[in-house]
Write a protein that binds this ligand. Structure first.
Ligand SMILES: Cc1cc2nc3c(=O)[nH]c(=O)nc-3n(C[C@H](O)[C@H](O)[C@H](O)COP(=O)(O)O)c2cc1C
Length: 233
């Protein structure tokens, strides 16, 4: 397995090393060094990319490398984006758009919340917060390592699109320009209202600000009528 990493303050390098220690036969390669080397052909049965989220997407050099890389085999492809705030961002959508030009797609994609190093926005988090994030990240990483070992398929909900449309049991929602439009066939299950990640759906003006609910043992994607994959570790 080859893991390409990009890291300026160590979060992503820590993740890459964590996986190297727990998975068999992992070689780590630095993306800036690969860009300098000019060699872009990769041959491995699994190929991973670990990088920080930058401006809700990919760091420029990661994007440049992805455009250039070519895969000799049909490897299992995964990506992990380390970040400060995982709730927004489209690094995996952007990555899949680049990979699609090579007729590839990610099999596994995970956000891993660590600590933001984006000082222009705000000061570095307090030590106690850094410790909690590190503990939570390690717990999540153990599950990710297990999933990668089994070539597990995994989307994050940030990658799941059209959730309101896909949860509706009556096919009542269409999104011609991205915004949901109801087709007067609603059976009032409220699935769309509860699943929307940005709480854009409201019921007659009365549900604004009320907490959305989902059973703790059920992941959003399991509720989508076209869900066929595996659940998260
Ligand atoms: C230029 C820049 C832009 C960033 N943009 C985001 C962002 O959009 N969302 C986020 O959660 N974190 C953002 N961050 C924080 C990093 O993603 C986060 O700290 C990451 O874990 C750093 O990984 P590294 O130590 O491997 O470089 C940004 C950091 C930099 C330097």
């Amino acid at each position: 397995m080859i893991i390409y990493y990009y890291s300026s303050t160590g979060n992503s390098l820590y993740v890459a090393r964590f996986l190297q220690e727990r998975l068999p036969d992992v070689e780590l390669r630095s993306i800036p060094e690969e860009l300098n080397s000019g060699i872009f052909e990769v041959q491995a049965d699994k190929v991973g990319f670990v990088f920080p989220m930058h401006y809700l997407s990919l760091p420029l050099q990661v994007e440049e490398f992805l455009e250039k890389v070519s895969f000799k085999e049909s490897p299992y492809l995964f990506a992990i984006a380390t970040c400060g705030v995982p709730y927004w961002g489209r690094p995996f959508l952007d990555m899949n758009a680049i990979l699609a030009k090579k007729r590839r797609q990610l099999h596994g994609a995970w956000f891993l919340r660590l600590v933001s190093n984006y000082l222009p926005y705000r000061d570095t988090a307090a030590e106690w917060r850094i410790s909690i994030r590190a503990w939570l990240a390690e717990r999540k990483l153990k599950g990710i390592a297990k999933a990668i070992a089994q070539n597990g398929h995994h989307d994050t909900w940030q990658v799941l699109r059209d959730m309101c449309q896909r949860i509706c049991p009556k096919g009542n929602i269409v999104r011609p320009d991205g915004h949901p439009v109801w087709q007067h066939n609603c059976v009032e299950c409220l699935g769309c209202l509860h699943i929307c990640p940005v709480e854009a759906i409201d019921y007659a003006g009365v549900t604004k600000g009320r907490r959305r609910y989902r059973h703790k043992d059920i992941q959003p994607k399991e509720l989508l009528h076209d869900f066929k994959g595996e659940i998260d570790p």
